[in-house]
Design a protein around this ligand. Structure first.
Ligand SMILES: NC(=O)c1ccc[n+]([C@@H]2O[C@H](COP(=O)([O-])OP(=O)(O)OC[C@H]3O[C@@H](n4cnc5c(N)ncnc54)[C@H](O)[C@@H]3O)[C@@H](O)[C@H]2O)c1
Ligand SMILES: O=C(O)C(=O)C[C@@H](O)[C@H](O)[C@H](O)COP(=O)(O)O
Ligand SMILES: [Zn+2]
Length: 348
């Protein structure tokens, strides 16, 4: 078992290891569990039995649960069982569920305790840690939400056994991103065959990838500065998710988006890191993209939360582990988009 500490005003611990769904303890007496309808039922039952939950809320799988309609329905269910202010909400599942559950916890009665139990690779290395919670709008990803950190995070590595291999590879994008922005040792390990459920490199690599995020959100919990670096590859990624109406899942969109950001980084004078992002894409083998239109993609990119009144800003890399935030001239954005599109094969 490994532990990673997240510091700041309300510190908490991320535990990584086997059997944690049954070992987790919370002080709250009334606990509501939220999970996606396709999550293997044995995980749900373990948590229900262990925490003696008073209500289990099942929501649609993937980003179909990150809507204002689902959010409102979950809040009503909490009100109907009269969950009190000293109760707790537990998000069990992938990043979509923990994002929704966190926003529910942040806003119900103006805030109740929140815990995360991630069961995807992406959830463990990224979404369940750091307190970015929220839902999507038709206009774009994560446009409504709150910073509401969990009180504890349990990454039960046993749960990864049932994760479809393509969903595991989706999540690897965020671990690879942590390698590019901060810890180069992750780049080889994430693509190593031993980094897999039950593999020799699983627990250590998970812990090191989580440590990157934990460090960033400890120093900058509400994205006043360096937290924006966790958004490497995300300006295009969120646009791809929006344009394709979530046909491309987040982790695959991030893989595509990191390659675009690597091209932009080189065009803006940085090192050429496209070999890394290209190697990752070939390993990940994502869902093929439809033909994307630059103007349509730009409309989504302009709503990116890193934009300010002077326009969009991108996270780029001078080199591995040297991220920075910058505006990019429109002609470079377009040229890089054309290069990126010409390199992305129609199928992998
Ligand atoms: N808050 C953050 O900091 C943050 C960070 C990264 C991503 N996100 C968000 O996370 C979401 C993506 O999360 P994701 O990649 O975990 O996908 P996901 O939550 O959509 O889950 C993918 C699918 O796997 C299923 N699943 C989950 N665990 C399983 C298991 N152990 N066995 C079998 N099936 C399982 C889910 O129910 C779902 O159908 C996006 O909405 C993204 O915007 C948030
Ligand atoms: O935790 C963060 O900060 C991140 O940016 C992590 C991202 O991987 C994640 O996808 C996040 O939800 C994106 O946030 P957003 O602010 O761009 O919506
Ligand atoms: Zn992400």
């Amino acid at each position: 078992m490994k532990q990673i500490e997240v510091g700041g005003a309300a510190p908490y611990t991320v535990q990584v290891g086997a059997g944690l769904l049954s070992a987790a303890r919370v002080p709250e007496r009334q606990v509501v569990l939220i999970h996606a309808e396709d999550l293997p039922i044995e995980f749900v039952e373990q948590v229900e039995n262990n925490l003696q939950t008073i209500l289990t809320v099942r929501v649609p799988a993937r980003d179909a649960c990150k809507t204002l309609e689902v959010y409102a329905g979950v809040l009503s269910q909490l009100a109907q069982v009269n969950l009190p202010r000293d109760g707790a909400v537990v998000g069990l599942g992938g990043g979509a569920v923990t994002d929704l559950a966190g926003f529910v916890a942040a806003s119900y009665l103006r805030g109740v305790a929140f815990y995360t139990m991630p069961t995807t690779l992406l959830g463990m290395v990224d979404a369940a840690v750091g307190g970015k919670t929220g839902v999507n709008l038709p206009e774009g990803k994560n446009l409504v939400g709150a910073f509401w950190p969990p009180k504890a995070v349990w990454c039960d590595t046993d749960t990864l056994a049932t994760l479809p291999p393509d969903v595991f590879r989706e999540g690897a994008a965020e671990a690879f991103k942590h390698g590019l922005i901060s810890d180069p040792s992750l780049l080889g390990r994430v693509l190593d065959p031993a980094f897999r459920p039950g593999g020799a490199l699983l627990e250590g690599t998970l812990a090191d990838a989580i440590a990157v995020k934990a460090g960033v959100v400890t120093r900058d919990p509400t994205e006043k500065g360096e937290r924006a670096f966790l958004n490497f590859g995300h300006t295009l990624a969120h646009a791809i998710e929006g344009v394709t109406q979530q046909a491309i899942p987040h982790g695959e969109a991030v893989g595509y988006g990191m390659h675009y950001a690597a091209i932009l980084s080189r065009e803006m004078g940085g090192a050429d890191l496209t070999g890394h992002t290209w190697r990752f894409l070939n390993w990940q083998s994502p869902t093929p993209l439809p033909d994307l239109n630059f103007a349509e993609v730009t409309a989504y990119m302009n709503r990116d939360k890193k934009a300010d009144s002077q326009g969009v800003r991108f996270v780029l890399l001078h080199d591995v582990a040297r991220p920075y935030l910058t505006r990019v001239p429109e002609n470079i954005l377009r040229r890089a988009f054309e290069e990126w599109q010409s390199e992305i094969p129609a199928c992998w």
